[in-house]
Design a protein around this ligand. Sequence first.
Ligand code: PLP
Length: 420
Amino acid sequence: MDELADRARTLDAIDPLAACRRLFTIPEDVVYLDGNSLGALPVAAAARISRAVGEEWGVGLVGSWNSAGWYELPLRLGDRLGALLGVAPGQVAVCDTTTVNLFKALAAALAMRPERSTMVMDHGDFPANLYVAEGALLAAGRPIERRLLADDEQPAVHLDEQVAVVALSHVSYRSGRIRDIAGITRAAHDAGALVIWDLCHSAGVLPLRLDDWQVDFAVGCAYKYLNGGPGAPGWIYVASRHLEVARQPLSGWMGHAAPFDFEPGYRPAPGIRRFLCGTPHVLSLRGVEAGLDTYDGVDIEAVRAKSIALTELFAERVEERVRSGSAGRRGTEIRMVSPRAAAERGSQVALAFADGHAVVRAMIERGVIGDFRAPDVMRFGFQPLYLSHTEAIRAADVLAGCMRDEVWTEERFLRRAVVT
Ligand SMILES: *Cc1c(COP(=O)(O)O)cnc(C)c1O
């Protein structure tokens, strides 16, 4: 009797998303649990990028800026992505990177609250967000104090009439904990502040309603759950009510009101176009397009339901099979970092273990790809479009096997690669 494996097989048999697996190329015998770092390859991406190279570039040459719609690509894909964010057209651009887009959003938001002198972020946020915020504060042209939330601290305690901006991740890259985006946005607005949400770990796996929630700005990337490919451009959402006044400092020609008039002075384009900077990354945008295609006709509520089932099966299997008491070299036991309640957890399960790096390396050798985030977090991300419930069980079994075998005693698993 294996109750969890039976449940997984039953869920696979009635899985409304099972057919989506065919849209992806994934090496056989690999359980890919790193779609929260780099999504898998959509089958159609190779042909689409190759056509962009061979026909659009090779034959159409410079004329493809018009004839192949290259010029419009950042906003056209923005509107398609906007459907996954729950926003009306004309508010999303696919461009630059998450980091650069966050810089633009921070600068724009700080300038919209010129009389205010503080901002709120989370000390545990993805470090790139903290780094680029340092730069945005330097560039703000006035002294701004940054308040960093401590572990488990809620932003509400910092909200007062001095706060210009609250910039947070919706889902923690490390623990997978979901923040109350609607409630925090409302509280920030009540205090007169603007919000910027980073949706890197929620777009594509959580139902989102940014317009209804009155979110001001949001940013994210397209190469994680959205399967846009390595180095795919990020995206930025700016609520239409701000688009008249919001100005971003990277005032490049693609954000100009009339880029081909070649005027010497900058005039921001009307609408979301003003958040573009330089020339679009056309080939990479074709990858984003192929990634978005995999969501055609997909019900995001079904994605969320399956995501919960996958992470729940994995977590339950870990609890059932991973022997507590396997202490590793440093005498620390494995422990769940992600919230145990499914409603508070995004599409990943994170486990802390001092020798986690060696365990992740050994799991990869056994066909289960997750990743490791220093100092001690093993992350397992579940993209419901291409994973089965049975694979969630298999992954946990492989983890249990690596723990049982005490793989951290093997020299080859202790070496670190440049990218973890
Ligand atoms: C992945 C990730 C980023 C990455 O930003 P890039 O500009 O694409 O390097 C930023 N923020 C968060 C929260 C992320 O998870």
